[in-house]
Ligand binder design. Sequence first.
Ligand SMILES: O=C(O)CCC(=O)C(=O)O
Ligand SMILES: [Fe+2]
Length: 519
Amino acid sequence: DEYIEYFSSVAGMEKLLAVEFEMLNDLQNYINSMQKQIDLLQSEVDAIRLDHQAAVDDVDGYLSNPVNAYRLIKRLQSDWSAFEESVRIDSSRTDFLSAMAANRRQVHFPSKEDVIGSAVALVRLQDTYKLEVAELASGVLNGIKYGPSMSWQDCFLLGHYLYEIQDFNHTVPWLRESMELLKNEEYDKDAVTLDFMETVVTYHQEMGDFQTALELTNYILSIDAQRDQLRDTKYYLERMLSDGVKTGLMHEIAPNRGDYHLSDDYKRYEQVCRGELQLTPTEERPLRCRYDSNNVPHRLLQPYKVEELHLDPRVVQIHDVISTHDMEAVKRLAQTRMSRSQVRNLNGSAASTANYRISKSAWFAYEESEHMQTMNRHMGDISGLNMASAEHLQVANYGIGGHYEPHFDFFTDNCTFKASEGNRLATGIFYLSDVAEGGGTAFPYLRLLVKPQRGSVLFWHNLHRSEEPDYRTRHAACPVLKGSKWIGNIWVRVRNQDRERPCGLLPDHEVSLEYKHLV
Ligand SMILES: O=C(O)CCC(=O)C(=O)O
Ligand SMILES: [Fe+2]
């Protein structure tokens, strides 16, 4: 069966929970049956010990009794073999192992890629929303306690994985947190624990984080001053610090200067996700909410609730468009068809997965379901466009940390669209769920953050009337901090829209050229 990837969406993780429920039962059964077996063994051993002691106290007297002689011989001939045999077959052990094998056949267990994927998602959230490691580790998100705390082992393993993928900047605070939590354990002064802490000193030293290495070293020495090698390390670390030496992996494997994540464009996007960059009051003042039937005769009695979010380019969010019934049906249909979202490569070759778009998605022809036809009709009424040039419906689900970094919906390579229905003129994002925290749609150049609201549709044009790309429409899906985000995308192409949206001859695209540099 196919490879399932867990970190890219919440859909599918419920299965893991169901299997974990089974495994808890299996393990409990194992423990109970072991317990019974151990109690039984104990009582048998106690009985033998009693007999045995009597024999040792008076060897001659004991052995001269024919019953005792018989019992001793019988014990050694058969009882001890029986003990051996029962430990050898140990049915509780084999039962548990075969139950586990069955569980493993039921679902794919998460792979190491899944663990690393979810670790990367966690640090992405940490960066984008400026979360404190200590808060995150204690289960707090934006001041609210949502879940159980992470143990020192959780934090250590996370740091360890980040170390493995050479993300040293994130490794440091997680290892630090892990050591802080370990210091609160009652076994924190045991020799084995101190040995372990010493290896963590080595991690920091190798990274070039001499300060943390020294702090931990001092802590260990304060408990056990007899560690000679560590005293040498302390001396070495102090010298490195006072000389201001910068060596170690953190400095040698320097972040790639060309990394888009270090660019102003990306920082701007993160600021919009956090709500730090917003529309100014002057920009917000002319924005209106109104009922509008969009000149569609059958909508006269049921006009749309249109909220203007931006005027030029025009971006609107239309509320209460589709029903809960339709949304649930679409999501149910999508569940079984979702796979990791792919992105087109600029050279027009086959699509592939990419870290900048982490979600699961599936494409649907509208004929597949009346609920999808309903979405198609709404997109026609909202856009006023000819839906003959609409792409299939794309349903997507983002899990925790799932995101889609800034991009344009229009194609920038001529070959992709010239031969087909033309470029992507309009985008409609149907929000099929609310998102508890994060997961907004961000327009970095417009300083606009749209909060997903179930049943609403976000709509805008990607092209100017001249059919030139409108670079101001660059947008992104901010990482989901809490919840599971579902959307349905409908893109409408320019072909056959001459009547619906006549071409403009003015060089109207010039207003957006200054935003072009990131294509
Ligand atoms: O999920 C979102 O909010 C935006 C999605 C998007 O931009 C896309 O799928 O092209
Ligand atoms: Fe998009």
